[in-house]
Write a protein of this length. Sequence first.
Length: 106
Amino acid sequence: MDSKNFRERISQILAQRNLAEARVSIMMGHSKSYLNNITSGRSSMLVEDFLVFCDCTGISPLEFFHTEGTLDEVIQKVEQDFSGLDAHYKLLLSSLIHSLSQQSPK
């Protein structure tokens, strides 16, 4: 996620939760223009402030970075690539995925 997407994600979360930038900025212990400066690109956010933002908006850091559609786009691309393979490679790839899923921690 680049800085532009990071700023857009902040705005998206605020909009989804019907929260004003100024209100959350104050909840975070900053001036009411703090988040506006972040989302406009005039300032950067410290990691500590990012964690406070997550607390104030009720979102985990993992949820912040896992945006809707990201995984779906990856799955779509994999399906497209998979459909172009011949049957032999499809079986090999399916076997590999199954093997990896058995070794992956749940």
